[in-house]
Design a protein around this ligand. Structure first.
Ligand SMILES: Cc1cc2nc3c(=O)[nH]c(=O)nc-3n(C[C@H](O)[C@H](O)[C@H](O)COP(=O)(O)OP(=O)(O)OC[C@H]3O[C@@H](n4cnc5c(N)ncnc54)[C@H](O)[C@@H]3O)c2cc1C
Length: 405
């Protein structure tokens, strides 16, 4: 059987972008995905300003714009007691004073676009193939097996990458997948048609230990997500539409933005959301995107992390192929794991801090009142959450001065 240099399991943003970057460098990559594209993906359809910056660096921004992505300049934020303020993404040095923006685009469109882009460089993708297991040889992964339309199939490769999302079979078979010990949150997601109120701002409503995000996408269409504790969904899995309507009552501003709209399609549910992988590189294989861990959709940076880790993996894989016998050495695996862990850890800490605020309505109200009074500080917070500024910005002297003034 022919040995393929790189096999990537999963053709979501992480897998397609990795395959495309490798193909651009002349590395043959085979993508395998259980879905047939275009496929739906439960998501907020939001690309943070940090993700937009990454798309630009990877020369993908024009492509995403050309598919009709909508620009967002900031967010309207409301806390449990109704304290509301609007803030814009802050201009940063890199943008020379120009206002950064986020984008919104349905994932079915985005993911199909990225896969087509990777195919444009000669990447092959086998669709409709569910990978079920890894092939081991001398303690290393050298292939995968899966079930396709015609039965069991086997693919052998020098380097195997798991880009198969939050329920990654590659991470599970490597023994790396860990559910989060305490955070048990579920997401309810629905689309609404006919909206006119939200234009170039998204809306985040924090409620009692829950939150709702409205993201305007396309022509008068809104993506609505409600994230709640698992207990609220238990026992009501068969009544998701009613559960969504009941839960939405706790978010008056969101309810008002959705008046005169009608729901398109059913409410979908996903969770528990948080899990992590104890390492993102093992036995000659790498994990990219959600396969390496996911915390919570509040910060809307999952696609950004997928692109970041795809880019990092492309660098590590091309140097491995150029240097030695073409396999990933322990040094390559450690370097990849360290760099990805560093990127994930600071975001995870930010996520944990935000979750702590959401869990305590009193704290959420106090933070909202402070940010409403201090607009520049609100912009900084949005810049950090949107991945434009590093989380340490919030501890800088400048920020502390703004807090005191
Ligand atoms: C409710 C919710 C809302 C979110 N909102 C946002 C948001 O607004 N913005 C944002 O940036 N991020 C958001 N995220 C996170 C974002 O969706 C993910 O971080 C992102 O999709 C990760 O990309 P990926 O390529 O790693 O994985 P995925 O996009 O999940 O792609 C994985 C691919 O692998 C395939 N696959 C899975 N298992 C197998 C298998 N066994 N064999 C073959 N193929 C397989 C799947 O079919 C899929 O195509 C949200 C997440 C949730 C849960």
């Amino acid at each position: 059987m022919m040995q393929i240099p790189v096999i990537v399991v999963g053709a979501g943003p992480a897998g397609s972008v990795l395959a495309g970057l490798l193909a651009q460098r002349g590395v043959k990559t085979l993508l395998l995905d259980k879905a047939t594209f275009p496929r739906e993906k439960i998501c907020g359809d939001y690309l943070s300003p940090g993700t937009v910056r990454l798309l630009d660096q990877l020369d993908l921004l024009d492509l995403v714009h050309s598919a009709g992505a909508r620009r967002l300049r900031g967010m309207t934020i409301t806390s449990p007691d109704g304290t509301t303020f609007q803030t814009e993404f802050p201009a940063i040095t890199e943008t020379n004073g120009a206002s950064p923006f986020a984008l919104s685009i349905p994932r079915a469109i985005l993911d199909n676009l990225l896969l087509k882009w990777a195919r444009g460089f000669g990447t092959r993708c086998v669709e409709g193939l569910r990978v079920t297991d890894l092939i081991w040889e001398n303690g290393r992964i050298c292939g995968v097996t899966g079930i396709g339309p015609t039965g069991q199939e086997t693919y052998r490769g020098q380097i195997i990458v798991g880009a198969d999302g939050r329920d990654s079979v590659v991470a599970r078979r490597l023994g790396l997948h860990r559910p989060h010990p305490t955070l048990r949150r579920m997401a309810l997601v629905a689309y609404y048609e006919g909206a006119s109120e939200l234009t170039d701002h998204g809306m985040i409503s924090v409620g009692d230990r829950s939150y709702c995000i409205l993201n305007p996408i396309g022509e008068r269409l809104i993506n609505a997500i409600i994230v709640v504790n698992q207990g609220i969904v238990q026992g009501r899995k068969g009544q998701l539409d009613e559960l969504f309507d009941d839960t939405l009552q706790a978010f008056p501003l969101a309810l008002s933005a959705l008046r005169d709209t009608c729901r398109r399609g059913p409410v979908r549910c996903l969770g528990p959301l948080a899990f992590r992988s104890s390492r993102s590189a093992k036995a000659g294989a790498l994990l990219v995107g959600d396969a390496a861990g996911f915390y919570d959709p509040f910060t809307g940076e999952g696609v950004g992390h997928a692109l970041y880790s795809a880019n990092l993996a492309a660098h590590v894989i091309t140097s491995a192929l150029a240097e030695g016998d073409g396999s990933l050495t322990e040094a390559h695996l450690d370097r990849f794991d360290d760099e990805q862990r560093t990127a994930l850890t600071s975001r995870r800490r930010l996520g944990a801090a935000l979750q702590a605020v959401i869990r305590h309505p009193g704290a959420a109200n106090a933070v909202a009142r402070l940010l409403r009074r201090r607009q520049p500080l609100a912009g900084l917070v949005l810049g950090v959450v949107g991945d434009l500024l590093p989380p340490r910005t919030l501890l800088s002297i400048n920020t502390l001065r703004q807090l005191l003034l």
